[in-house]
Write a protein that binds this ligand. Structure first.
Ligand code: ATR
Length: 287
């Protein structure tokens, strides 16, 4: 990598931020497209968030990614926020246009693009079960509801959180059929077209899966099983679904596609997703 007197700085604000894979993805693209830019992990505490946002203007950064725990708090410091980010209450991408900072969210649309690429699944008219009711579930649920599914069941360990999410999004999408349940989804999977895990269950050495894996066999043979966890690439849920011969959608694609959409917002240039995927796989091996 060559740093010059013109090199533009980008990065991700987070706390913790040292495990982020985003620098691998973006720096690989800058290199492949010979763009004079560099992307760094930037450790930003809650107390320093405002100062960090000001620095986007000070250093004339084209933009920034925002991750945990700042996706909501950053909104108060921006000049403008797009409709989807406002509704979800989450910004993962900030664009700096001549000192004016706009907030966007690419998580949900990145997820949808990756799902379509890997499985060709179309949400309209379909029955979806989402496991989890946290930040990732919010982003994905919003993008799913935009595409007019038949119904969405939000299943969460803490049922109250699923009920709150269903109530809130039910008000935004008046005609949507939304159901809140616990994680005992068993029978519901009989008529489910897409099962999505948005919980951290399955990640590294944590709990095997959010649901009893035995229940996955209740899905019909055309159902798609999707897991946003990418460490490991093949989670116990993905392995089980593949064993049953179901179509699967793994988590790394969402990371790549949300990053690609951020890059496109910053630069107006089409992101080479293959380059990003290659970098993502390599980075998992070294991180
Ligand atoms: P994220 O931004 O990644 O979605 P989050 O907002 O903290 O993170 O949400 C984590 C989600 O994973 C929640 O739905 C959480 O369930 P609770 O609301 O009951 O806490 C879910 N989750 C985390 N670990 C889990 C586990 N071992 N089994 C089932 N659900 C789990």
């Amino acid at each position: 990598m060559r740093i010059t007197g013109h090199t533009k700085l980008l990065g991700v604000f987070g706390d913790p931020v040292e495990h982020t894979l985003s620098p691998f993805l973006h720096n690989a693209v800058f290199e492949s497209l010979a763009m004079d830019m560099v992307y760094l992990p930037l450790h930003v505490t809650k107390e320093s968030l405002k100062g960090a946002v000001d620095s986007i203007r000070v250093f004339e950064m084209p933009g920034i990614n925002v991750t945990i725990p700042h996706k909501n708090a950053v909104i108060a410091h921006l000049d403008e926020v797009d409709d989807q980010a406002r509704a979800i209450g989450s910004v993962n991408t900030v664009v700096n246009k001549d000192g004016r900072l706009t907030g966007h969210t690419t998580d949900g649309e990145g997820y949808m693009a990756s799902l379509a690429e890997d499985t060709g699944f179309e949400v309209e008219g379909k029955r979806v079960v989402i496991l989890g009711a946290g930040g990732a579930a919010r982003s994905i649920l919003y993008s799913i509801l935009k595409r007019k599914p038949d119904s969405v069941t939000v299943s969460n360990r803490t049922i109250k959180k699923a009920e709150e999410l269903v109530r809130e999004f039910g008000a935004l999408f008046a005609s949507a059929k939304l159901i809140a349940t616990g994680l005992d989804v068993g029978k519901r999977l009989n008529d489910c077209d897409l099962l999505i895990n948005t919980t951290s269950a399955g990640m590294l050495a944590k709990t095997e899966a959010a649901i009893d894996l035995f229940e996955v066999s209740n899905l019909n043979k055309d159902a798609v099983v999707s897991d946003i966890v990418y460490r490991p690439l093949d989670t116990p849920l993905i392995k089980k679904a593949a064993e049953l011969g179901l179509k699967v959608h793994k988590g790394l694609g969402m990371l790549v596609h949300q990053g690609a959409l951020s890059f496109e917002l910053w630069t107006g240039t089409k992101a080479p997703r293959d380059t990003m995927m290659f970098a993502a796989i390599q980075s998992l091996e070294v991180s």
